[in-house]
Design a protein around this ligand. Sequence first.
Ligand SMILES: Nc1ncnc2c1ncn2[C@@H]1O[C@H](COP(=O)(O)OP(=O)(O)OP(=O)(O)O)[C@@H](O)[C@H]1O
Length: 240
Amino acid sequence: MAAHADQLTGGVRIEQLTRRFGAKTVLDRIDLDIAPGEFVALLGRSGSGKSTLLRALAGLDHEVAGSGELRIPGRVSVVFQDSRLLPWRRVLDNVILGLRAPDARQRGVEALAEVGLAGRERAWPNQLSGGEQQRVALARSLVGDPELLLADEPFGALDALTRIRMHDLLRALCKRHQPAVLLVTHDVDEAVQLADRIVVLDGGHISLDLRPGLPESRSPRDPGFQEARELLLKALGVSE
Ligand SMILES: Nc1ncnc2c1ncn2[C@@H]1O[C@H](COP(=O)(O)OP(=O)(O)OP(=O)(O)O)[C@@H](O)[C@H]1O
């Protein structure tokens, strides 16, 4: 059915994905589907394989093995903890790097406006604060209209206040552009604040797949938020 096929466009399907480093199995026959437009946070202890999974989805790891399907959309963007801007290119040129479209500059200008950096097109990356550089990285990730956005601790290096502002920005951008998202984070509150669904990796497996069902506007004080938080901390082996 055509409608069904359309629904599947842009989603992710991972079946039986395995990654070993020498004798160590970091990902052990992982199954994970992400629906188009779904926002998934990936939690797990340090070394549990979060970045390894993200790298596999980003196509940066050619040694992953899988006996099943690995279906990833055509337009994928990746954001890392550091903005990875090219210091010798101006902000706008960083945003549209690799974008092959006749209206690339216009799209870049619009993306910068969306992340609150209108007027900074000609600045050099080192003239921006860390938070602003991450905004540029977000603009760059969205300018190609991705079906899948992969983010590896994108706010990990930012101060607490900037983080909160970036959370609001990311939510707004995702609502508007509707990519599927896989966000790797260490931060349980960040995961509950941002995601529709939270997956915990442990011992090479998905140990919890949680859909808290919280409203769009949510607060850590809500009982549902606290309940999700407690379940996740328990799954991570942390008791408060
Ligand atoms: N290229 C590599 N060669 C050997 N081992 C690796 C390689 N990349 C990752 N590993 C190992 O795989 C395991 C998972 O690493 P990964 O970076 O995916 O964990 P993570 O959950 O993202 O950790 P963190 O939260 O600390 O960033 C770790 O034990 C790591 O040492």
